[in-house]
Design a protein around this ligand. Structure first.
Ligand code: NAD
Length: 499
């Protein structure tokens, strides 16, 4: 069984955590298991538990038992417990970074360590918001004292993906707990160990049953959690297809739901943009260091025709210099794709784009960076980043979310034209515009159909900023005080007749 002492050997830690769920404060062995692979070598890391409807039942029962005492705990005390989770997680951040790099293939230095640090910060941030769970008084009548109070929703069921498992779990768990809910999270079957370790560490600061974590697949375990009648609120991050199925389950039960889904985010580089900054922003925004496995990836880059040639030259030169290699190696910039299934999917889109390039005059696939040469990585799921030029916004490469290191540069001539192109997508998660002109920036800010818009920068989600999409990118927001109040509490209106 995994000890609570921080350990810097992620293989040993994954084996010790092994095939467990975390239910009612303790690690519970799974009756069925499956193998989790290291995507950099395709060696088995360890067995994980394969949860089913019976495990969901156990976890939801545990959360229900813990609910009334937790919601009756003083808000500030709940906040202190959640902030303490942040401090405990901070003490384990290097360990969590290493474990995340091992199981997801995201490079330690550029991605996994950064995520582990933000994880702790997220708990500290939400822990400090407990005293903001306030209602309001309403001037309804002098004889009737009228006010609202905020109450927890009850048991929250959360389902998370693998691409930033620690952070995306924290954005659900921390606010839900502070607001007085108890929680069951279903981890992604592709990255179960880091979040299981987080759940184990957090038990030191929480009463049993307040936070439960189960591992299992989507159609079995995830669907059972979504459909469980004891779950009062659903919060989901993942693909549009699975999000629709969770939405249907919520509709059937008539419970509230938050959906954080995919994206095909535009990056607009106007003719007056600072090109060096825009190129750096393109590399960061496309999350090449995460193999492009980001919902906000700048996967459609619209560049003013006057800058296209220089932009593509600088971008490809810089991506070429990025080092692809062992995710645990400090020298590595870019790690691997998470799974064989995802690898095949990304490769099929690259093949499709390359085929289109053959058919379109002047179109080109710029394939950058070099595959690692270390023989121990020979079976690893490495994909060289590809930047397509000469393909238009109507191709499947431009319209469908690839979730890999594939982007495209599309030229434009006018502001009106580029706004139309940027908004011509089913998705609406994030968007950026790069310009020196405030007027242009503000006109774009108002018209871009996206939930998270930035000018001259390309940051990822941050605690305190409401984050979430429009169109098929999702419903509702996460990461902020406003989202905690809106999505993890009910407002009760109270009238006291004093006449
Ligand atoms: P996915 O939808 O395949 O899986 C996400 C989670 O849902 C996993 O835990 C999976 O087991 C579960 N699941 C799958 N089918 C289910 C079902 N029918 N019922 C209940 N649960 C089910 O997505 P993924 O491949 O893990 O992640 C990639 C996707 O996530 C991309 O589309 C990406 O854009 C999206 N994403 C969105 C955000 C955001 O904040 N908007 C952040 C990260 C990832």
């Amino acid at each position: 069984m995994a000890s609570l002492t921080p350990t810097l050997d992620p293989h040993q830690l994954a084996t010790a955590l092994g095939a467990h769920h975390l239910i009612d404060g303790v690690l519970v062995p799974g009756t069925q298991t499956f193998e989790v692979y290291n995507p950099a070598t395709m060696d088995v890391i360890a067995q994980a538990a394969a949860g089913d409807a019976a495990v969901v039942e156990q976890a939801v029962e545990s959360a229900r038992r813990a609910q009334s005492a937790w919601s009756a705990t003083k808000a500030r005390d709940r906040g202190k417990a959640v902030a303490r989770c942040g401090a405990l997680l901070e003490a384990h951040s290097e360990e969590l970074g290493l474990l995340t790099a091992l199981e997801t293939g995201k490079a330690l230095r550029t991605e996994s360590r950064v995520e582990a640090n933000v994880l702790a910060d997220c708990f500290v941030y939400f822990g400090g918001l407990a005293s903001e769970l306030t209602g309001e008084t309403i001037p309804f009548s002098p004889d009737v004292l009228t006010f609202t109070i905020r109450e927890p929703v009850g048991v929250v069921g959360g389902i998370i993906p693998w691409n930033a498992p620690l952070l995306l779990m924290a954005l659900k768990v921390a606010p839900a707990l502070v607001a007085g809910n108890t929680v069951v999270i279903k981890a992604s079957e592709e990255a179960p160990f880091g979040v299981l370790r987080v759940a184990q560490i957090m038990q030191q600061a929480l009463p049993p049953g307040v936070f439960n974590l189960i591992v299992g697949d989507g159609p079995g375990c995830g669907a059972a959690l979504a459909e469980h009648p004891g779950v009062d609120k659903l919060t989901f991050t993942g693909s549009v297809a699975a999000g629709r199925s969770v939405y249907r389950a919520a509709a059937e039960k008539l419970v509230p739901v938050t959906l954080e889904l995919g994206g095909k985010s535009p990056m607009i580089i106007m003719g007056d943009a600072d090109l060096d900054k825009a190129v750096a922003g393109a590399i960061g925004g496309m999350r090449f260091t995460r193999q492009g496995q980001s919902c906000t990836a700048a996967s459609r880059m619209f560049v003013h025709r006057s800058l296209v040639e220089t932009f593509v030259q600088q971008l490809t030169e810089q991506v070429d210099k990025m080092v692809m290699g062992d995710p645990l190696d400090e020298a590595t910039d870019i790690g691997t794709i998470i799974s064989r299934r995802q690898y095949d999917r990304v490769k099929s889109y690259i093949a499709l784009g390359e085929q289109l390039c053959e058919d379109v005059e002047g179109a080109k696939a710029w394939t950058c960076s070099a595959l690692p040469t270390d023989p121990k990585l020979a079976d690893g799921l490495f994909v060289r980043p590809v930047i397509f030029t000469g393909l238009d916004n109507n191709t499947r490469v431009a319209r469908e979310e690839i979730f890999g290191p594939v982007t495209m540069v599309i030229p434009f001539d006018s502001f009106e034209e580029v706004l139309e192109l940027a908004n011509d997508s089913e998705y609406g998660l994030a968007a950026t515009i790069w310009t020196q002109d405030l007027n242009t920036a503000m006109r774009a800010v108002h018209r871009l159909e996206a939930g998270f818009v930035q000018v001259n920068q390309n940051l990822v989600v941050q605690p305190m900023l409401s984050y979430g999409g429009v169109k098929i990118s999702g419903l509702g927001k996460e990461a902020s005080l406003a989202s905690m109040l809106e999505h993890f509490t009910h407002k009760k209106t109270v009238l006291i007749n004093m006449a």
